[in-house]
Design a protein around this ligand. Structure first.
Ligand code: ADP
Length: 217
């Protein structure tokens, strides 16, 4: 099991947002999380991404108990084990595609030569090697999102978390991005947890989790 979240509670002020969430995900699974706005999906994804701590409950990722890590160890763990894909690609505008993809490896202390080698390999795998020297503004939305998938894969993470990854793409580019997730699952046994409003993606996922009022069904 790559993720085990048990009895997760989170409140903001005295407003309870997550109310005892239980979620286990196996390696190589593609899990979609769906539900109305305000149900707590992003809050849960932030907690699973170790960007926020739960008020109560346990979170294990790849066998590591997240509660036991101090802030310094936690940021290193996050960099190594979790890849993020956002609705708006969040690539750094002043850096090229290749540099953006390499940043997670630089943070990990990988040499520029090795990071560049792996960065090019990933851009090639995702079909955007021709964009390596382009800055984000010079790429299409679909290309930007493929570069951010390459960035998410850079450190060979245990888990990729995506928040509305196709929310800003037209239907053709969205379908192609979803196809890519399944290819990465098939070839790398990569695990994905994806918050989405896209019904087609939810339908083709290995498992769809419905969130309502701070819990899952
Ligand atoms: P979803 O992703 O399902 O739309 P969210 O997890 O974003 O839901 O939000 C759930 C609820 O938590 C919402 O009512 C939202 O306003 C509230 N919320 C989220 N983040 C914060 C925060 N940092 N501070 C206060 N309230 C928040």
């Amino acid at each position: 099991m790559i993720l085990k979240a048990s009895n997760i509670y989170k409140s903001y002020g005295n407003l309870p947002i997550l109310k005892g969430v239980e979620l286990s995900v196996n390696k190589g699974e593609i899990v979609s999380i769906v539900g109305a706005s305000g149900a707590g999906k992003s809050t849960l994804l932030h907690i699973i991404g170790t960007l926020d701590r739960p008020d109560q409950g346990n979170l294990q990722i790849n066998g590591t108990d997240i509660n036991q890590l101090n802030e310094r160890k936690l940021s290193s763990f996050r960099n190594q084990h979790i890849g993020f894909i956002f609705q708006f690609h969040h690539l750094l505008p002043e850096f090229t595609a290749l540099e953006n993809v390499c940043i997670p490896a630089f943070i990990q202390g990988v040499s520029p030569k090795e990071a560049t080698r792996r960065g090019m390999e990933l851009l090639d795998r995702l079909g955007v090697e021709g964009r390596a020297q382009h800055k984000p503004a010079a790429m299409s939305g679909g290309e930007q999102q493929r570069v951010s998938v390459a960035r998410a894969l850079m450190n060979n993470p245990s888990l990729i978390l995506a928040d509305e990854p196709s929310g800003n793409l037209d239907s053709e580019n969205a379908a192609s991005l979803h196809q890519l997730f399944f290819e990465l699952r098939d070839t790398l046994n990569q695990t994905f947890i994806i918050v989405t409003h896209n019904e087609e993606l939810a339908r083709i996922s290995d498992r769809t989790i419905h969130m309502r009022d701070g819990n899952i069904f």
